[in-house]
Design a binder for this molecule. Sequence first.
Ligand SMILES: NC(=O)c1ccc[n+]([C@@H]2O[C@H](COP(=O)([O-])OP(=O)(O)OC[C@H]3O[C@@H](n4cnc5c(N)ncnc54)[C@H](OP(=O)(O)O)[C@@H]3O)[C@@H](O)[C@H]2O)c1
Length: 301
Amino acid sequence: MKIIVFGAGAIGSLFGALLAKFNKVVLIGRKKHVEAIKKNGLTIEGKTKLHVEVFSEIDISKVEMKPDLIILTVKSYDTLEAVTQLSPLVKDDTLLLGMQNGLGNVDLIQNMIDIKCVIEGVTTNGAVFSKPGIITHTGSGKTIIGELDGKNTNRIKGIKKELTRSGIPTDISSNIFRDIWVKTIINSSINPLTVFCIQKNGYLLENPIIEKCVEQICIESTKIAKAYGFRFSNKSMIEKTKNVIKNTADNYSSMLQSINSDRKTEIDAINGKLAEIGNSYGIDTPLNNALIYFVKQINKK
Ligand SMILES: NC(=O)c1ccc[n+]([C@@H]2O[C@H](COP(=O)([O-])OP(=O)(O)OC[C@H]3O[C@@H](n4cnc5c(N)ncnc54)[C@H](OP(=O)(O)O)[C@@H]3O)[C@@H](O)[C@H]2O)c1
């Protein structure tokens, strides 16, 4: 399969390195990372240990290969710019797999790309950009992909098979939007609080006051999802959130990592979108609003 990974940062480089074993992969990333890969190859450390020679470019218009699959792994705030750049390469038989966190990415993608070419995914793998040319795989997890209409098509089965045989264990979802919402609710309840506490994820359950905050934010975000039409229960969402905290206790959330490296956060696509949707249903979202406010006070990007 011919695959372009657009947004070769932490998760994109990890997926690209693994997929390069059986596929022709081109990574699109930033200059320093691309130069390091061209010079020394791409190294994955941590849970996966791998060194691969893989094609990489900073400018997608230089790529002559006609891709079967494009995996989109830029942060949510870069989605529109990314799809604008990659849209000329998407033909009728090209698939675009969005592998991002937050809500609203599909809406941005479909402004530029024929929605028939779009599939979506979420992953619980964890990866950190260590330095140009080197990525650390911090947590092995599960990847879920799905057609937007939930059908179990041959093409989605084909992508699942390819990801899984490359070392990215993948399941097919019959409701990928549901999975995206579940992940967003969980992220909304964890990420901003870790910024606030300047602590690893595990701390959120070590402190009873903060644990209560996790629960209350989770309930508020779940209420929005229910208004939107999902049949989530508070109990199961709190349980899922706490399980993620336990399983990632030793990790710094991506939001805290962004703050620490003075980069923009995905707060707008996570708590921001939840609050926006909640307000459109007449739901008050004081906790999400407060988190957005505090994160933006700390990081004004
Ligand atoms: N990392 C994880 O463990 C993980 C796990 C699950 C889901 N996710 C989700 O996956 C998405 C990506 O996360 P990440 O941690 O991999 O982010 P990341 O390390 O910031 O990777 C994205 C990379 O794409 C680059 N980029 C953005 N626009 C580009 C363009 N037009 N051309 C070339 N390169 C471009 C970024 O450059 P800049 O440095 O200039 O921004 C960055 O290097 C996010 O939505 C995140 O929430 C991440």
